[in-house]
Structures are given as structure tokens and as C-alpha cells.
Design a binder for this molecule. Structure first.
Ligand code: NCD
Length: 388
């Protein structure tokens, strides 16, 4: 039986995403707080009797608590391991063994882990659905569902938008899931990376080769914020520079960086006064550090607290969707590509789960052949040319 795991945003078709948004909207309408329209204020019995395990090996506030709140609002229950120092990982237990054990205790597992590809490994060994709550710098698909739901609610639609993504585009996993999804919805994506922290080569390659984008070199977003590249749907006619619908900012992912950086884009009133940015919705997955001016908090364009609040209805909808599809639907992850067991190769990403001494026993290097001469790690999706 193939379980409906959610490891990458690309595991969901656009129609599945749309049905999750419709359900989240229905939960907000039925159970919303009248005083605060982005907040769920009441509960339902939709998932009564179901148990979710939250296994978090990395710090989290929003993701774990909104998953747990969502499950409780659905009438289900939660068991949680939020501190890796208090789990059997400190005794040397592998992730594969842990998820096999936890599969006996819960009906689905939400996992966060510092290594890229950890959620994929967990999905290989779990006998219940696994939801990726962030795996290293790889992906954070449930944050993307919150992000898209926010845009859909506040801008009225998801297709054909102009979105600028700013900040640490290399280490920020939320951005990776988001740009795939935006490209699939036909957005034009302008990247403004903090000094040198551009999208990883594998993400750039997939945008251009799998998600129908062409890459144009950029100039300046305004107020001295340099643009790295613009990705837009291939074949779209060139015209004057359109105004930005959404400005999506991320913090510097210092826990994944090898050195400090000096230059970092700052979103403040000055940047938002530039003509092309005046109508931009300001979004941030949070936490913010210094890159997002608190003076914007009361501005109606500042959507980030509503975005965080939508974490509950969107995860309620996702959990309902996954539990409903647990026994009926196949996972789409990598299904169309052939798999190469390459025992003579190692993944080139040192933070891949397959490079961890303990986990490598159950996660031997495997690659998906994307096109001849290009291999994608089965776990972390880092890509390497096949010929050495
Ligand atoms: C993000 C994450 O963990 O990747 N936080 C979140 O889940 N909302 C962003 C971040 O930590 O910068």
C-alpha cells in the first residue's frame, strides 16, 4: 500500500492543493472566531479518535503548535516528542527505527529534522503517513500551503502573480517549496537573494527544466535591493515591469550557514513606497530577526501574522485530506522516474540524511535518473551530473 505522505510540495497535484484550500476555507467559515477572521475558535469531531505524533528534532514554535492545535480542533489527539535530547535518538536509535515504533502509536506522523531527506527516509519505514514539517534546507511543504492559502485569500487568486522572494534563498526551505508551487501556478518569481545566498542549483534547474520557467537576469528591485534572477512562464510576451503582488521575505538561516553575511535585504516603509511595490502583500514564514521592520506590523499590507494564524485551518484541512486518503491514494513522489541504486556514489550534499553515520545504514545512497547524465538524490533531491 502506498501512503499519502507529504514530503515535497510536488507530492500534491494542483487540484489536491485546491481541495485543501477549499476545506481550510470551510473550516474557517464554520469554526472561525468572529472577532478574528484568520483564527479558528471552535472544534469539530471530524478526526475523532485519530492520533498524530509530532516528532521534532529541531526547534519549532509555529509548525509544531499549529499541527497540534489543528489535530485537537479536529477532535483528534496528539503525542509529541519535541526535544531530541529527551528521545531515544540520544541513545543512538535510528530515525528508521523510531518511525517504525511511532507508527504503532499514532495514525500519522509530523516530522521536523535538521537533515535534508530525513522525511523521505521516515516515509520509507513508517507504516502511517509522514508529513514533512521541514527537513534541513530541503523543503517545508506545509508552510507553502499556508503561504498559498494566505495569497489566495488576500489577493483573490493564485495564478499569474508577480512574487518577489527576498533573503536567504539557499538555506531557507520554505522558499524552495514555495517557488515550485508558484511556478506551477504560473507566477513570475523575482529573486532578491542576500549576498550570495541564491536558490540552490538543483532548485534553479528544476524551475527551468520541470516547471516551465525561463530565467532572466535581474537588475534592481528598488531602494538598492539587487535582483538575482527572474523566473517567468516560458513564452510569456515581454512587457513593462509589472508591479509586485507579494513580497516574501525570509531570515538568514544561521543554523545552516558556514559564515555570517553582511548584506541582507530589509523590508521597511521605504522599500514599500517604491511604485512597483506599493500594492505588495508582505509575507514572512517567521521567525523574523532584523530583516522585517516592526513598524510595518500595523500596515494592512503586512500579512505575516495572519499567515501564521492560517497554519491551523490549513493543517486541519491537510490532516483531514491525508487521513481520508490513507488507504486509497498513491503517493506521486518520483513515480515517473527510474531509480538507480548507486553504491559507488555518495550524495554530494554533506547534510543529506544518507551521509549521517547512524542513518546511512537504513538510507544507502540512491539516485533518481532525471535525464541522462543527471542524478537526483532519492532523499534530499540534491542533483549531480552522472558522469564523473
Ligand atoms: C520556518 C522554518 O522552520 O523553516 N519557520 C516556520 O516553520 N514557520 C522559517 C525559519 O525558520 O526561518
Amino acid at each position: 500500500m502506498t501512503l499519502p505522505h507529504l514530503i515535497s510540495i510536488n507530492d500534491l497535484s494542483t487540484s489536491e492543493m485546491e481541495s485543501i484550500f477549499v476545506l481550510a476555507q470551510a473550516y474557517l467559515e464554520e469554526l472561525g472566531d468572529v472577532q478574528s477572521p484568520s483564527r479558528i475558535g471552535r472544534s469539530t469531531e471530524a478526526c475523532r479518535g485519530a492520533i498524530m505524533a509530532t516528532l521534532f528534532y529541531e526547534p519549532s514554535t509555529r509548525t509544531r503548535l499549529s499541527f497540534e492545535s489543528a489535530m485537537i480542533r479536529l477532535g483528534g489527539s496528539v503525542i509529541s516528542s519535541a526535544d531530541p535530547r529527551a528521545s531515544s535518538a540520544v541513545k543512538g536509535e535510528s530515525l528508521a527505527d523510531t518511525v517504525r515504533i511511532v507508527s504503532g502509536y499514532a495514525d500519522l506522523i509530523a516530522l521536523r529534522h535538521p537533515r535534508e531527506g530525513a522525511a523521505k527516509l521516515a516515509a520509507e519505514y513508517a507504516s502511517v503517513p509522514v508529513i514533512n514539517g521541514g527537513d534541513g534546507a530541503h523543503e517545508h511543504p506545509t508552510q507553502t500551503l499556508c503561504d498559498l492559502f494566505t495569497i489566495r485569500r488576500e489577493k483573490g487568486a493564485l495564478s499569474g502573480l508577480n512574487v518577489a522572494v527576498l533573503g536567504d534563498l539557499q538555506g531557507g526551505r520554505t522558499v524552495h517549496s514555495l517557488v515550485y508551487a508558484l511556478a506551477r501556478f504560473g507566477a513570475t518569481i523575482t529573486t532578491a537573494p542576500a549576498g550570495g545566498l541564491s536558490l540552490p542549483e538543483s532548485v534553479d534547474w528544476r524551475l527551468r527544466n520541470e516547471f516551465g520557467c525561463e530565467r532572466l537576469s535581474g537588475n534592481d528591485l528598488g531602494a538598492g535591493t539587487p535582483v538575482g534572477a527572474t523566473y517567468r512562464p516560458r513564452g510569456q510576451p515581454t512587457g513593462s515591469r509589472p508591479s509586485v503582488d507579494v513580497l516574501y521575505l525570509t531570515r538568514f538561516q544561521k543554523e545552516r550557514a558556514s559564515q555570517e553575511i553582511r548584506e541582507y535585504p530589509m523590508v521597511n516603509r521605504e522599500l514599500l513606497s517604491i511604485p512597483g511595490l506599493r500594492n505588495a502583500l508582505v509575507m514572512h514564514p517567521l521567525p523574523r530577526v532584523k530583516e522585517l521592520d516592526i513598524a510595518l506590523d500595523a500596515d494592512p499590507r503586512a500579512a505575516y501574522f495572519r499567515q501564521a494564524s492560517y497554519g491551523v485551518p490549513i493543517r486541519m484541512a491537510l490532516v483531514t485530506h491525508i487521513l481520508e486518503h490513507s488507504s486509497t491514494q498513491a503517493s506521486t513522489s518520483g513515480g515517473h522516474l527510474s531509480l538507480a541504486q548507486q553504491s559507488d556514489f555518495v550524495c554530494a550534499n554533506p547534510n543529506c540524511i544518507s551521509r549521517d553515520i547512524v542513518e546511512a545504514q537504513t538510507a544507502p545512497a540512491k539516485f533518481v535518473v532525471v535525464v541522462p547524465r543527471r542524478l537526483r538524490c532519492f532523499y534530499c533531491e540534491h542533483e549531480i551530473p552522472a558522469a564523473r
